[in-house]
Design a protein around this ligand. Structure first.
Ligand code: AMP
Ligand code: GLY
Length: 424
């Protein structure tokens, strides 16, 4: 099978690493990939957003299967385009990707199908929003409806801040068209986890859980980022909680989407707030999490290509109760360029990645990297490397991960030193 994977982050390196292990995989291309995906696949110089370029490529190279990593191309309909060519594609089509592409769409679905989530209202008019905000208790959660690169959520601690945030969003100043509609919702106090499930539109399979660290600072403080680390499974996950998440959120969502005439296929990533042991939906993503996927892929026992292909072709039932996971805990530390998530230096040289990668029960994935003409690996993004380790418990996985981090020679990089702290 000739496979095309779309994307360039650590998530894609982790997926590529597992896809390439499959006996059925005869060729693997990553568009555009990074310096790490080059080790397991061939990088193709086509950006994830370049739909026309990707279509040309799958035709020219007679690709048999497409896997979409990031949300951007899903929301703009890459899956519809590929399926129109008759190519099985992993990921939801444009309509189903609204679960990530429109926060208001998801909230309305929750309401219609009675799924537990924060109470909310949707607005396009700032005066109506102001009236609603006036009656709310603090803090108040304000969300841009559309994709905003993880920056579209503001937790306002005063009514005035909530109102000015709404004005910024609705005026188009903050997020352009993504802010033309807002969701205002109740603040839920609890602990978050990420839960992943697969669906082919009919069958729903639970995968596993993780907990990520979105803030740049230790103790989960400071600015929001794309994710500074993760571990899997989440410490607060239990069999009973997983069943509640499946019964109250995932299954009603898949059934609801089917009833709405837009069956969901692909991975459904639920951001769940656990309040006094009960799960509430914070948001859905229509793709694998980053960096959660890096932690998931080292634990997966099942052939990833078989699994994703079955998901894309309506054959997921074959895998019912058959997906296996290592009983080990995995933990991923994200190494970033100093300055991230603000401005940061680019093209700095990173050395000794291989030495870290050779450590027992350690795997290093690349995110924002490229190979310079000199052959050296250079940092090209904010989130640059993902050091993943496994252990019998979080403490052991964490120790191994940081030992490997410390072998990497990159003076211009930094990482949080407390990934996994909530489980310790
Ligand atoms: P993201 O959408 O990934 O940028 O992150 C949004 C973050 O805001 C979530 O991970 C939560 O930590 C927080 N959040 C979103 N909605 C709520 C809510 N209703 N109550 C409490 N926290 C929330
Ligand atoms: N880990 C957060 C995300 O993938 O959106």
């Amino acid at each position: 099978m000739k496979v095309l994977l779309i994307g360039s982050g650590g998530r894609e390196h982790a997926l590529a690493w597992r896809l390439a292990m499959s006996k059925k995989c005869t060729a693997l291309y990553v568009a555009p990939g990074n310096a790490g995906t080059e080790d397991v696949a061939e990088n193709i110089h086509i950006k994830a957003e370049d739909t026309a370029g990707l279509i040309r490529f799958v035709k020219d190279y007679e690709i048999d299967f497409v896997v979409v990593g990031p949300e951007g191309p899903l929301v703009t309909g890459i899956v519809d385009e590929m399926r129109a060519l008759g190519i099985p594609t992993f990921g939801p089509d444009k309509k189903a990707a609204q679960l990530e592409g429109s926060k208001g769409f998801t909230k309305d679905l929750c309401q219609k199908y009675r799924m537990p989530t924060a109470s909310y209202a949707r607005f396009t008019d700032p005066h109506d929003a102001e009236k609603y905000i006036g009656a709310m208790t603090l803090p108040i959660v304000v969300k841009a409806d559309g994709l905003a690169a993880g920056k579209g959520v503001v937790i306002a601690s005063t009514h005035a801040e909530a109102i000015s945030t709404v004005q910024d969003m609705l005026s188009g100043n903050a997020f352009g068209a993504a802010g033309a509609s807002v969701v205002i919702e109740e603040f839920l106090q609890g602990e978050e986890l990420s839960f992943f499930a697969l669906s082919d539109g009919e069958t729903v399979l639970p995968l596993t859980s993780a907990q990520d660290h979105k803030r740049v600072g230790e103790g989960d403080t400071g600015l929001n980022t794309g994710g500074m680390g993760a571990y899997s499974p989440a410490h607060l996950m239990t069999t009973a909680l997983q069943q509640k998440i499946m019964d109250r959120l995932i299954v009603p969502t898949i059934d609801g989407m089917k009833a709405e005439g837009m069956p969901y296929t692909g991975v459904l990533y639920a951001g769940v707030m656990v309040v006094a042991g009960e799960p509430y939906l914070i948001e859905y993503n229509a793709r694998f999490g980053d960096p959660e996927t890096q932690a998931l892929m080292v634990r997966l026992g099942t052939d990833l290509l078989d699994l994703l292909y079955a998901c894309a072709t309506g054959m997921l039932k074959q895998f019912q109760d058959k997906v296996t996971w290592s009983s080990y805990v995995s933990l991923c530390v994200v190494m970033c360029a100093k300055g991230y998530p603000g401005t940061y230096l680019k093209n700095t040289v990173i050395r000794e990645i291989d030495q870290a990668d050779r450590q027992e029960k350690v795997k290093v994935f690349h995110a924002g990297t490229a190979r310079a003409m000199s052959g050296e690996v250079i940092a090209t993004g904010g989130r640059v490397l993902n050091v993943v380790a496994m252990g019998e418990n979080v403490a052991e996985a964490q120790r191994r991960a940081y030992e490997a981090v410390d072998l990497i020679d990159w003076p211009e990089g930094f990482c949080r030193r407390d990934i996994g702290w909530r489980a310790l």
